[in-house]
Design a protein around this ligand. Structure first.
Ligand SMILES: [Mg+2]
Ligand SMILES: [Zn+2]
Length: 227
């Protein structure tokens, strides 16, 4: 299960380069720990164009992400896009690159991933990657983004509730009187979230893909410079 960072896991502080300003969203730790206890790997997929803009140094970004882990616990993968809007990269959401990269690092199919975010481009990135997207709106989320989202949850706890149930296969299909119930195959009724163990082994297989910042590691993959 993959989470957007700003506005989803932590309060959105635009271009935050200060670990001291990291404030978790209420209930985030509990929701994440519930997934960890269930054996579901949790990861972060985050646009950080402040790096490309020179507003957030790579070191500061790593410090902030480390602080997020101090407060919210360890993540099996960090997929970070450091590029700007004009870099035409394949990873900046709504492009699917971050989700595909995170899935590859976890060793799972993107179609078995659930992406949770607070704006439309999080859900669009999920859709583009073939993953399931759940929107958790905040006051800055646009009404049309809420209307367009395939699934909406009031908060992270509710999003986890949704994710641990099967994705809706036949939404808005009213059962006509006397009609047989819509059959559900066993394969479709299994939980869509991945329970595969996290693996860092595949990280080196995608050198040109989005930067993967593992706070505890000394090696960095985000040496790609913006154009
Ligand atoms: Mg966000
Ligand atoms: Zn990018």
């Amino acid at each position: 299960m993959l989470f957007d960072r700003d506005g989803t896991l932590v309060e959105d502080v635009p271009y935050n380069a200060d670990p001291g300003r990291v404030r978790p969203v209420p209930g985030a730790r509990r929701a994440l720990d519930r997934l960890r206890r269930a054996g579901v790997p949790v990861g972060v997929v985050t646009n950080q164009s402040g790096v490309a803009r020179g507003l957030v140094s790579p070191d500061a970004l790593e410090d902030v992400n480390r602080r997020v882990e101090e407060l919210l616990g360890p993540f099996a993968v960090w997929a970070v896009c450091p590029h700007g809007e004009d870099d035409r990269c394949a990873c900046r959401k709504p492009a699917p690159g971050l989700v595909l990269h995170a899935a590859a690092v976890l060793g799972v199919d993107a179609r078995d991933c659930v992406v949770v975010g607070d704006i439309g481009r999080d859900v669009e990135a999920a859709r583009a990657a073939g993953a399931r997207g759940i929107l958790v709106p905040t006051p800055v989320t646009l009404p049309e983004e809420v209307a367009a989202a395939p699934e909406v949850a009031a908060d992270l706890a509710a999003a986890v509730d949704l994710a641990l149930r099967p994705a809706p296969v036949f939404p808005d299909l009213p059962a006509s009187p006397g009609a047989p119930a819509v059959p559900t195959s066993p394969a479709e009724s299994t939980a869509p979230v991945s329970t595969a163990p996290a693996s860092a082994a595949s990280e080196s297989t995608t050198p040109a893909s989005p930067a993967s910042i593992v706070p505890a590691a000394t090696a960095r993959a985000d040496t790609e410079e913006p154009a």
